[in-house]
Design a protein around this ligand. Structure first.
Ligand SMILES: Nc1nc2c(ncn2[C@@H]2O[C@H](COP(=O)(O)OP(=O)(O)OP(=O)(O)O)[C@@H](O)[C@H]2O)c(=O)[nH]1
Ligand SMILES: [Mg+2]
Length: 513
């Protein structure tokens, strides 16, 4: 049985030297390690009929295609030194058909509030049948909440739902103190996390669109008063859009239009990157999953990198890509991006659509799931629903059941991935791992290899001498099993992405007659 309870063992991935030690900001790894110079002049290659010109395929190193925020550690949201924190009273809403139990959802909201820098001083909930148009909750509950907020000296009431602008206005007036909803909190966290230009634009757009219909005089007045030095306005009104609160709606709308245009430019740029990546033929593997599942920890383990990973919701916002070498020598681009959450705000999904839809470009998804979380099932369903919404539900997927180091077997010890696979009768595409301890990395890498190999074409070819560029191309893009220098040329047997197969069609292996 595999044991690594104390983390003393070297992580498997680094022990067996399978991972690439380079990352974006260190020495560039040379993609063209087989024979870089032989294929730079791609225009000289013979071009088979009906095959896109190789001259369009850029073969320069991938360094500039590997993107991500350059700061290792983002600024912390919760400035401990700044006092006092705003005191929050949380209100859960239970409705038939909800995926999460009301208390579980409140637990999550509490974590979100802590991440946003609020001090939670109380929580309550109401099961509602038909939502009240003005207050969402019943009028009796509104009175109860007013009293509770007064007794607890709360500065803010936080609803575990996205409230309509009318409900926000009515409730705010009823309570006389600041009112936030789940969406406001999530947007606030995103605002403090965005690092890249695109990320900042997207968050600002989502915030403006969310706030515009909610701008009230009371709100603006209160947001000027609160905050205690944590940035004008405090939680929920912080971020790139906060100055916009002071200007009139018309200029806010103009700003929205401007942001949309800017984002379009950024997206055109991103599209170019995408096309170049595709042309490179290096498979893209995307980490997806619920927030805090361990995606960044897994990226760090596999790519030996130092991406920010923390026990907080939405630690990662901007996508980061790192190069990883598989045991069979093949290189992949591994992408880590924003985590999902139940009731992901609509504005946010829209603003981040282009980032989120990157999963559609991936050759393979690794769905990282916190196997030990009490809501693992609900979280998995949420992720599946978001993937479906993005149109990525049919992508090949491996489910990495993470944090198994926290799982205890009958005898109280850590259970190996193999034993867990047996115990839970896990299907082929599931693999139990511990990203933090490096357990199950071999198995995961083997599954990634197998899944990607399914996309490759078997090729057997005899390349005449003088066409070395085709040999080099095979080395770079494919996976060689046999290479022999024969009398008339180089014999190659292996697998290659389908788009490169036609280049070898002109050079079949002569069959002995
Ligand atoms: N015990 C244990 N903790 C883990 C494991 N993997 C990740 N964690 C912890 O889980 C927390 C979240 O990890 P991250 O890698 O930041 O998770 P993420 O999925 O990137 O989260 P977001 O970026 O917030 O969406 C951190 O405190 C990690 O140390 C694991 O295998 N075992
Ligand atoms: Mg992360």
């Amino acid at each position: 049985m595999f044991r690594s309870p104390d983390g003393q063992n070297e992580p498997e991935a680094t022990r067996n030297g399978q991972v690439n030690e380079n990352n974006l900001f260190s020495e560039p790894a040379n993609l063209n390690n087989s024979s870089p110079n032989q294929i730079t002049d791609t225009a000289t290659l013979t071009q088979p009929e009906m095959v896109p010109s190789l001259a369009n395929i850029e073969l320069e190193p991938l360094e500039d295609l590997v993107v991500g925020p350059k700061e290792k550690h983002p600024r912390a949201t919760n400035h401990k030194t700044v006092a006092p924190l705003e005191r929050a009273l949380l209100v859960g809403i239970g409705q038939n058909g909800d995926l999460f139990e009301v208390q579980d959802s409140l637990d999550e909201l509490e974590q979100l509030c802590a991440t946003a820098g609020l001090e939670v001083v109380g929580r309550t909930y109401q099961n509602i049948g038909q939502p009240h148009r003005s207050f969402l909750i019943g009028t009796g509950k509104v009175e109860e909440l007013k009293k509770m907020a007064r007794d607890l000296e709360a500065d803010v009431v936080v609803f575990d739902r996205e409230l309509t602008p009318t409900q926000t206005r009515e409730l705010e007036e009823a309570f006389g103190i600041k009112l936030l909803d789940r969406t406001g909190i999530i947007l606030d966290i995103f605002a403090s996390r965005a690092r890249t230009h695109e990320g900042r634009l997207q968050v600002e757009l989502a915030q403006l669109e969310y706030r515009l219909p909610r701008l009230t005089r009371l709100w603006t007045h209160l947001s000027r008063q609160t905050g205690g030095g944590r940035g004008a306005g405090g939680v929920g009104v912080r971020g790139p859009g906060e100055t916009q609160l002071e200007v009139d709606r018309r200029s806010s709308r103009a700003r929205v239009a401007h942001l949309k245009r800017e984002l379009e430019n950024v997206h055109t740029h991103r599209e170019l990157y995408r096309r170049r990546r595709k042309a490179e033929g290096v498979p893209v593997v995307s980490l997806v999953g619920y927030t805090n599942a361990g995606k960044s920890t897994l990226l760090n383990k596999l790519a030996n990198s130092n991406v920010y990973a923390e026990d907080q919701l939405f630690a990662t916002l901007d996508p980061t890509t790192r190069r990883v070498r598989l045991p069979n020598g093949r290189e992949i681009l591994l992408t880590d991006t924003v985590g999902f959450i139940q009731r992901l705000p609509t504005n946010l999904v829209e603003a981040f659509r282009s980032t989120l839809e990157e999963v559609n470009e991936a050759d393979l998804l690794i769905h990282v799931l916190d196997f030990t979380h009490q809501n693992a099932q609900e979280q998995a369903e949420t992720v599946d629903a978001v993937l479906k919404d993005l149109g990525a539900e049919d992508k090949p997927q491996i489910v990495a059941l993470n944090k198994i180091d926290q799982y205890r077997g009958e005898e109280g010890g850590i259970v190996s991935p193999e034993e867990l696979t047996q115990e839970f009768d896990l299907p082929e595409e599931y693999v139990p791992i511990s990203a933090a301890k490096g357990i199950g990395m071999d198995l995961l890498l083997a599954k990634i290899e197998a899944a990607l190999d399914k996309n490759l074409k078997e090729v057997e070819t005899l390349i005449p001498y003088g066409k070395e560029e085709l040999v080099a191309l095979f080395h770079q893009k494919g996976f060689i099993e046999i290479e022999e220098h024969q009398e008339t040329g180089t014999y190659l047997k292996g697998r290659i992405p389908p788009k490169f197969e036609p280049y070898y069609a002109n050079y079949p292996v002569e069959k002995a007659s």
